[in-house]
Design a protein around this ligand. Structure first.
Ligand code: ADP
Ligand code: F6P
Length: 324
């Protein structure tokens, strides 16, 4: 069946995530396979407003599936948050013949996509963020690579922490989301995990735990601290003074967002990108795609943004139980 629209655009927005290139590649090639033209919009909504737009063909995305970052670059745009900015965004799409748009990013980017959809541009959101904090989907592109990168880094810190019998505080990304921290907590066998969602930061409890686990013969004490709690360096100084255990802080930072995507991020990126194109070809708009209960799903953008997702209490409890 002929697609309902002739030309689509694709952009990446918000924080980059490994696997975004796999999603871009899938959008480009799935659309071309269905007889559509594709335009790449560089630097997210900022580039849309600046008309940084170029035609993409199947060769434009050659050799990108294994690359981290995003070949379309990404940005945050305060102008696009305004009604005027959104109207201009829709006008730019029309001027360039873009009838449908795939937005790869997080919740903020989807809010913007919803605004464009309301202005008549058929828009589909694809979840791309290392934070795993998009409620309508069990999976977000980039999480698997980032969590493995952080896990490998924490393993290395743990080696030296054990050799010196130190306490190590390792700060992982996640200003509002603790998924990376919690998963690393379990994967790295951390003694303590500090999560922004729980607001349970209790320094005295940490200090007591370090002293207690030392008595039980532990050679290191790993604290995985989410960026949303932060203050790792000052925390280390206070913990060392209170426990007498040498304590070091390591902030992993943006290295967690880079690197070649894992198999999982490449496959989910490819599938979600292709699925977004299928929806556009069917004439759908204002949807976010995702993965739930073993299948590819899509939701109305407003419904998706209203959904809530919390950290699993059970995972938090298991992590605690396993750290004795
Ligand atoms: P993420 O998509 O990863 O959540 P941000 O929250 O930074 O990242 O959002 C990315 C961009 O999406 C913002 O810079 C802005 O241009 C746009 N955006 C975010 N929220 C809105 C909104 N409520 N309305 C319109 N555009 C928005
Ligand atoms: O949303 C992804 C993320 O990496 C968060 O984990 C982190 O809090 C934030 O982006 C950092 O943003 P920036 O790239 O602006 O430092």
């Amino acid at each position: 069946m002929a697609p309902k629209i002739k030309t689509i655009g694709v952009l990446t927005s918000g924080g980059d995530a490994p696997g975004m290139n796999a999603a871009i590649r899938a959008v480009v090639r799935a659309a071309i396979s269905q007889g559509m033209n594709v335009k790449g919009i560089y630097q997210g909504y900022k580039g849309l407003l600046n008309e940084e737009i170029a035609d993409l063909n199947a060769r434009s995305v050659s050799d990108t599936i294994s690359r981290g970052g995003t070949i379309l670059y990404t940005a945050r745009s305060s102008e696009f948050r305004t009604e005027e900015g959104q109207k201009r965004g829709a006008e730019v799409c029309r001027k360039h013949g873009i009838e449908g748009l795939v937005v790869i990013g997080g919740d903020g980017s989807f809010a913007g996509a919803g605004k464009l959809a309301a202005l008549g541009i058929n828009t589909i959101g694809v979840p791309g963020t290392i934070d795993l904090d998009i409620a309508c989907t069990e999976y977000t592109i980039g999480f698997d690579t980032a969590v493995n990168t952080a896990m490998e880094a924490i393993d290395k810190v743990r080696d030296t922490s054990t050799s010196h019998e130190r306490c190590s505080i390792i700060e992982v990304m996640g200003r509002r989301a603790g998924y990376l921290a919690l998963w690393c907590g379990i994967a790295n066998g951390a003694e303590d995990v500090l999560l922004p969602e729980l607001y349970d930061y209790d320094e005295q409890a940490l200090i007591n735990n370090i002293i207690e686990l030392r008595k039980r013969g532990k050679k290191h004490h790993i604290i995985v601290n989410a960026e949303g709690i932060g203050h790792s360096a000052s925390m280390a100084r206070r913990i060392e003074a209170a426990t007498g255990v040498e304590t070091r802080a390591t902030i992993l930072g943006h290295m967690q967002r880079g690197g070649s995507p894992t198999c999982r991020d490449r496959v989910y990126g490819s599938m979600l990108g292709a699925y977004a194109v299928d929806l556009l070809a069917e004439g759908k708009t204002n949807r976010v795609v995702g993965y739930r209960n073993g299948g590819w799903v899509d939701f109305d953008i407003s419904e998706a943004l209203d959904m809530q997702k919390g950290l699993s209490d059970y995972m938090v409890r298991v992590n605690k139980a396993l750290s004795i």
